[in-house]
Design a protein around this ligand. Sequence first.
Ligand SMILES: O=C(O)CCC(=O)C(=O)O
Length: 277
Amino acid sequence: MGKALSDIEIRQFRDEGFLSPVTFLDESEAGDYLKRLEAFEAAHPDLAGKLDFKANLLLDWIDGLARREYILDIIEDLVGPDILNWNATFRFKKPDGRAHAAWHQDSMYIKLKPFLVIAWLAVSAASSRHGCLKVIPGSHRWKLLEHAEGDDGDSILSRAQYITENFDDSTAVEAELKPGQACLFNHRIIHASGPNVSGERRVGLLIDYLPTSAEKEGPRDSAMLVRGKDTFGHFDLEEPPVGEATAQNIAQQRRALEMITSTMYEGSSFTPKGLAS
Ligand SMILES: O=C(O)CCC(=O)C(=O)O
């Protein structure tokens, strides 16, 4: 299908490395997802860590969201007709004026080529005061900068990582989003987000897409085929989850997390939160 984006939007994504805002849901649907999430959190406080990575394997309604036809039409315009969903990660920010993400490039630790299209979907409002995403336009064409793993307890990133080299962040822009809107970005782009001083929790959902032709550096990995065919076999194909956090869903998520650990967490003192419980 495809053809959901204009040629100008497609060119902007290629040239600038991001496109924002793009509407994925209307505000009331986003509110319904937020309520569903809150009900899940209230019923399963012990499973909070499992929302951190591959939440699309835990909850069938996140898998369903990632497969919505018109969302895939948008993604198809950027990666072609055969599409894998590699991950869906919730990113929460308490209104504590502290939680933040330092400047980083996801491609430093997520070694997928040629690139991932990451959709940062605002499940709740993500204004500047909520600590929305910030990106440096065009920085997906820069080299991969040096990163270090941090010990900053206020970082919301998997390894509290940050860029250690000097670079110019004077052209950074904020991707302010209403509930239901997404910022699409190339996983090489330099991005960050500031603290949440809004008084409300910020809930974002990162949904990562790539073409079936994509390749992973290092040990084999798994992904979900959400559109088209996979004639490459570069990834083990995951099974769509059935229901919420069933034993089968949890077991599949665990297998998938174990597969990524040696690449994403290579040499790290951190481990995926989803493996802890
Ligand atoms: O949600 C955010 O504010 C930033 C998340 C992020 O950059 C990441 O997970 O790589």
